[in-house]
Ligand binder design. Structure first.
Ligand code: NAI
Length: 340
């Protein structure tokens, strides 16, 4: 065994001891697309997460530099960079959680669906590798269009015989993060105390924030203001794409949201009770096979998919309006995954 391999194995053992001494499980997290606009700050945030013992950074380019850089941070997670196809197996081996921000982002004038042709293929290949090398990992899908990439992942896993609907998540946390921020600003309440469920999907009108269930509740907002908040949440991604003027889409706020959701998944795996986040998952909440709503996380991933609660007339109309688009995005993903 090479000295460097022995050294890292020894470090890993120490880490495992450290983890068991502190009563925590050693958890391996793999980030696929780790050198990208989202991947880099997400790698940084996951390196800071005390629940992570091993952090595997994979991309088709530039991961040695990102991994070297992040590895110097004095937090427990052991960081390793992996590049190109032949290192994907090692990157994924033994992962508890795989986060996927690989793929191209939007440019001004593009919808998330315009990314389909490139990102669908990337996601299909990465999920094929996940099925092979870490079939029991939780998968957090960030790559857009999430409304289609999650069904693609499900089909790939079904074909491989590894599908477990409890372990596949579309990351919609950025919609929740935006809804909280915009609501706190308008309602003039402390943003630290705010929560807003966001249901449906993750593109345009399929994003349905339920401001009637926002906490702390307020009577201060008019119907017009709720309508404007809803539209701003639905178009939050476009606001960033336009402000970046061709240099990509949300990366920093997305990395934050991805880290929040990844942390929730790890807490669930570790048996922390009452971890609830919104996510786009296999669902029976509506007639659609995939739908975002509040989800209780546990040791096996999804513990319970929670219902929609009481909706206002405006929200009921939003729900009906989103179903057609979400249905066709799901069908597009399923059809793509089943092309030979
Ligand atoms: P980026 O272009 O900056 O980074 C993408 C990275 O993926 C690059 O480093 C690239 O080398 C890598 N990559 C490409 N093919 C790969 C493969 N086969 N295996 C591993 N890595 C691969 O893009 P950015 O801004 O980081 O966005 C990534 C994705 O996240 C996009 O699809 C974007 O639309 C999506 N996104 C999702 C959000 C959400 O709320 N779920 C919010 C914002 C963006």
């Amino acid at each position: 065994m090479r000295p460097s391999v022995m050294r890292s194995a020894a470090q890993l053992l120490r880490r495992r001891n450290y983890s068991s001494a502190s009563g925590q499980q050693a958890r391996k997290v793999a980030i696929l697309g780790a050198a990208g606009g989202i991947g880099q700050p997400l790698s940084l945030l996951m390196k800071l997460n005390p629940l992570v013992s091993s952090l595997s950074l994979y991309d088709i380019a530039a991961t040695p530099g990102v991994a070297a850089d992040v590895s110097h941070i004095n937090s427990p997670a052991l960081v390793k960079g992996f590049m190109a196809d032949d290192q994907l197996a090692e990157a994924l081996d033994g992962a508890d959680l795989v986060i996927i921000p690989a793929g191209v982002p939007r440019k001004p004038g593009m919808t998330r669906d315009d990314l389909f042709n490139i990102n669908a293929g990337i996601v299909k290949n990465l999920c094929t590798a996940i099925a092979k090398y870490c079939p029991n990992a939780l998968v957090n899908m960030i790559s857009n269009p999430v409304n289609s990439t999650v069904p693609i992942a499900a089909e790939v896993f079904k074909k491989a015989g590894t599908y477990d609907e409890k372990r596949l998540f579309g990351v919609t946390t950025l919609d929740v993060v935006r809804a909280r921020t915009f609501y706190a600003g308008k309602a003039n309440v402390d943003v630290n105390t705010v929560d807003v469920p966001v249901v449906g999907g993750h593109a345009g009108i399929t994003i349905l924030p339920l401001f009637s269930q926002a906490t702390p509740s307020t009577n201060a907002l008019s119907a017009e203001e709720i309508k404007a908040l809803t539209k701003r949440t639905q178009e939050g991604g476009t606001e960033v794409v336009e402000a970046k003027a061709g240099k990509g889409s949300a990366t920093l706020s997305m990395a934050y949201a991805g880290a929040v959701f990844g942390d929730a998944c790890l807490k669930g795996l570790n048996g922390v009770p009452d971890i609830v986040e919104c996510s786009y998952v296999q669902s029976t909440v509506t007639e659609l096979p995939f739908f975002a709503s509040k989800v209780r996380l546990g040791k096996n991933g999804v513990e319970e998919v929670l219902g929609l609660g009481q909706l206002t007339q405006f929200e009921k109309e939003g729900l009906e309006a989103l179903k057609g688009e979400l249905k066709s995005s799901i069908e597009k993903g399923v059809a793509f995954a089943n092309l030979v």
